[in-house]
Each structure stands twice: as C-alpha cells, then as structure tokens.
Write a protein that binds this ligand. Sequence first.
Ligand SMILES: [Zn+2]
Length: 332
Amino acid sequence: MTSSLNRRLLLVHAHPDDESIGTGATMAKYAAEGAHVTLVTCTLGELGEIIPPGLAALGADRDDQLGGYRIGELNAACQALGVTDHRFLGGPGRWRDSGMIGTPGNDDPRAFWQADTEEAATALAAVIREVRPQVVVTYDNDGFYGHPDHIQAHRVAWRAFQLAADPAVTIEPGAGGPGAGGPGGGCGPALPPWAVSKFYASTTPQSFLNAEIRTLQAQPLPHGFIPPASAADLVYGVPDEQVTTEIDGSAHLDAKLAAMQAHATQITVDGVFFALSNKVGQLASGVEHYALLSGRRGPDGSCGREDDLFAGVDERPVTQPVPDGATAGRAG
Ligand SMILES: [Zn+2]
C-alpha cells in the first residue's frame, strides 16, 4: 500500500450538516491521515427548521436568508473536520433545498428535486474528473431516509460516477459551476475520464440503531431532549448484512461533535448527545457505516467488515496536485 497522501475521497451530501452527522468522523479521520477529502454539497439547506428562536427571521417563511447563513455554518464545520476542499454542486445556490417529501418545496422550479439529473450529474462528473477520487460516498437509492434531496443526491452521484468514467463523454473544466476552471473557466482542455474504484452509501445497521435506542432509553438525557420511542424516531437502519464497511473514527469524535455544533441552526449538541429540531435525543458515534454499491470489496478487518474505505484500492500516485475548489463554487 502506498502513502495515504495518494488517497482521494469525495463525499456527496444533500444539505449542510449531513456531512457532519453521517460521515463526520470518517472525514476527520481520513483528512487527519493526509488523504485529500472533497465535500460536494448539493443545496444550501434553505428549508431546514431553525432551532435558535433568535434566528427565526432567516426562515423561508420570513426573510429566506437561511441558505446564505448556512454557508458560514458549513465553513466552520469543514474547518472542525480538517476538510479544506468544499464545493457546492453547480456553485452556491444553484439548486435549492426541496423540503420533506410531499411539501410545497418539492415543486419549486429551483428545487434540487426538480433538477435535470443529467445537468447536475455533469457538474459533479467535472469535479470527479478534476479530483480523481478512488472512493465516492453518498446515500443509497432511498436517500438514507427518504428525503427528496437525498434521493436526488444518490441519482446524481450514480450518474456522475458513470459519466466521469465514460471516455465517449466530453466534459469541459467549466462544467462544474460558475467561476470554474480558473481564469477563462470553461475554455481549457476537456477533462480526461476517471473511473472511481468504489462507490459507497452511508448507512446504519439495524443492530447498531437498536443498541443506540436502548442506550438512550436507559439513561437520563440532557434537559429538553426527548428519548426515542423506536427506530422510526431516529434514522432508518438497514439489515446488518447490507453493511459492508465499518470505519472507526472514534479518535475523531471530538472533531465530529465540533462540526455538528457549527450547524447551530439545525442541531443542538450536549456532550455526546444531539437533537435536531424534533428534540429527539440521539447519540453521536465515532463509528460510521457504509454499504459498498459498486466496486470490488476489499479484505475484511477484525470487525468482520471492511475497516477502510480504500481497502483493496490501487492507490497509484497522481502526477498533478489537486487544486482546492477550482471547479465548482467554493464555500468561501
Ligand atoms: Zn439532509
């Protein structure tokens, strides 16, 4: 195996805060080990429910300024995770938060749910061809818990994974978003194809979720938190056998908690507990799980699953350094 400096991991998330809640320990761990970690966020999360009463005026029903505010929260979260390469798909604000399924936000023409999949996937494929990640992480086709933007993130990432590798597809450096490709963006030579080795969905095994609920029900929670009644109160688990990979980022749990805390409009953090606007207590974990959707599964670690997203990957060095945020709009 070669140096971790050759490792390049790209994560595709729907809203600011998803990266920290679902994959924060993993991102912090690989960044600390010297891997190049790229985060692509598909929307600004304009329709998130705002927890601090003093910030209620930012909401879509009032001043509609939450998206811009959350760019700052995401910047702080990335800093806590040690991640310097962050981009918004198509540039900040290109696609809007669609809201929960069945709500009016789904029909907004600006909504990510209404995005042309091919256009969004081409923007992401441009980032993939530029960064050349061996590993891509997003959600499964159910979007982890059925949110339209998460489902769309899966569709777009899957299509981008195909487009990036296809030598018959020409993608200009400017395709990733405004300001792309440096001066005169879009005028450079087409980006060479890149085949991602492994494509993962972030997930939670049912047994892990059940254990978390037992833990939460067995002890007093911080003031204002409600204990979960059942698995339906938390994220949905998947059958254990679907989970191929377990990343132990426990040493980076503090970074994950700090990143979650940076998303103060969306998350209340108290010790290792946290709650979203529904106040249902959850336990932040340094151990995060994944399901390999495409690519060859590497050897299992002592946990009985892969313990490294790069397991079995050929990590040949790249000849050029990866420029930070050169393609799509940067967070700042
Ligand atoms: Zn989300």
